[in-house]
Design a protein around this ligand. Structure first.
Ligand SMILES: [Zn+2]
Length: 425
């Protein structure tokens, strides 16, 4: 081997070293939970620290530490304090960011509680939390030095709810660990809660691509009793005392079901080992909500609950966008048409090469007319992401567009499978 080649190899080594972070070198297999509040109004975002906790086993992959997907309106990263190397990163979205696009945010400041989970560092690290800007870059909101030996990182135990394994397929680090929390179920309704989980997840795992990946999931039920059954429906004067204060009429949208009580939600989930939290709401009313790596909810007893359950999990788990474009959603200027959106299943054509361009057959015109001939075909259909002009989606219909769609489109399937792999490899 010539000297030149040796120099080349030595020069390339740091690149390869960066490609995969050694979990055992930098982390112990426990969870660091960082709680913070995002607050502000339509033009201002501030962050306030709440608490740090050392929790149970780290549920995520030991291999995929630095996030390759780059989804979400925010992200957090752990950097080595000495070298500045990024050791771990995750994207997430927030109800706060959606609220910022409502008319109310022009008149009022609000705050939203957040919980970020990461593997527990062995050495001093810096936590960076950033928001995605309107122009598509990232803006730093917080840079916090964390000493893993800091005795203010509490190991206090949370509430001691019963946790029931619904399906276990292997070690947490190799599986998607999905925890269901009971919301609006009284103590004597826990059998119903477990049957509801079974019924809804049976529907999920009968649908592509989840049907091929049932063995990649562990499912757990956290039996959290509520004082009353159901949930709040403020627009109809219905108020129920429940564990996580969920409610319809979020942003005054009748069907929009959310909760702001992320502290109670993660306190309840903390007894389990989990990647994702799904709050199942014991109600017959139609609705739900899902936010990437933040929170997913749906009701259980509406005739369309199975479809809503799968749709909202598409948001919360895989970062999928809504493919519909005609709705009464109260957002103003949700997407910047001059920037490629981060969601995998919509495009502004600013960077279509990064999306599903190669999945469109040569015979399909682009843009693709919404006519029967192109039903079920991957193309470039104008309309998506609450916007009828300038945003395009991959198919005429998909689970991310309507409840009548037979399932997910090939582009959404692809994104879901990539997400599953990021937890299981
Ligand atoms: Zn789709």
């Amino acid at each position: 081997m010539t000297r030149f080649v040796w120099i080349l190899i030595v020069a390339l080594c740091p690149l390869f070293a960066n490609a995969e972070i050694s979990f055992d070198k930098y982390f112990e297999a426990r969870t660091l939970r960082v709680d913070f509040t995002l607050a502000g109004n339509y033009e201002r975002t501030e962050i306030f620290m709440e608490q740090m906790k050392k929790q149970g086993e780290w549920a995520g992959s030991h291999k995929h530490l630095v996030d390759e997907a780059n989804y979400g309106n925010f992200r957090y990263r752990l950097k080595d304090k000495e070298t500045g190397e990024v050791l771990f990163s995750r994207g997430f979205s927030s109800l706060f960011q959606e609220w910022q696009t409502t008319p109310e945010a022009k008149k009022l400041d609000r705050s939203y509680y957040h919980v970020a989970l990461m593997p527990y560092p062995k050495q001093k690290v810096q936590l960076i939390i950033e928001m995605r800007t309107w122009e598509g870059g990232f803006k730093e909101l917080l840079a916090l030095d964390i000493d893993p030996k800091d005795y203010f990182i509490t190991e206090e135990k949370g509430p001691d709810y019963s946790i029931v394994p619904i399906m276990e397929n292997g070690p947490h680090e190799k599986k998607v660990d999905l925890v269901f929390l009971a919301e609006g179920y009284q103590g004597n309704e826990m059998d119903k809660f477990q049957k509801d989980i079974k019924r809804l997840t049976d529907y999920l795992f009968a649908m592509a691509p989840y049907s091929k990946h049932k063995n990649d999931f562990n499912l757990y039920a956290v039996l959290v009793p509520s004082a009353e059954s159901g949930t709040d429906v403020p627009g109809k004067g219905i108020y129920k005392s429940t564990a996580f204060n969920s409610h319809f009429f979020t942003f005054d949208e009748e069907r929009y079901l959310t909760s702001k009580d992320l502290k109670a939600i993660h306190d309840a989930a903390a007894g389990a080992v989990y990647d994702q939290v799904f709050v199942l709401v014991n109600s017959t009313t139609y609705g739900g909500g899902g936010f990437y790596n933040y929170l997913t909810l749906s009701t259980v007893d509406n005739e369309r609950s199975p479809q809503v359950f799968v749709h909202e999990f598409g948001h919360g788990f895989a970062g999928l966008a809504d493919e519909y474009y005609s709705s009464s959603v109260a957002y103003e200027e949700f997407y910047n048409l001059k920037v490629e959106p981060w969601e995998p299943n919509i495009t502004t054509l600013v960077d279509f090469d990064s999306k599903w361009k190669t999945m469109i057959a040569d015979s399909i015109p682009q843009p693709t007319p919404r006519i029967k001939k192109y039903d079920g075909v991957v193309g470039l259909f104008e309309g998506g992401g609450y916007t009828d002009k300038g945003i395009y989606s991959p198919v005429m219909d998909c689970r991310m567009k309507t409840n009548e769609a037979p399932g997910f489109c090939p582009v959404c399937c692809d994104a879901i499978e990539r997400t599953i792999r990021s937890y299981c490899e």
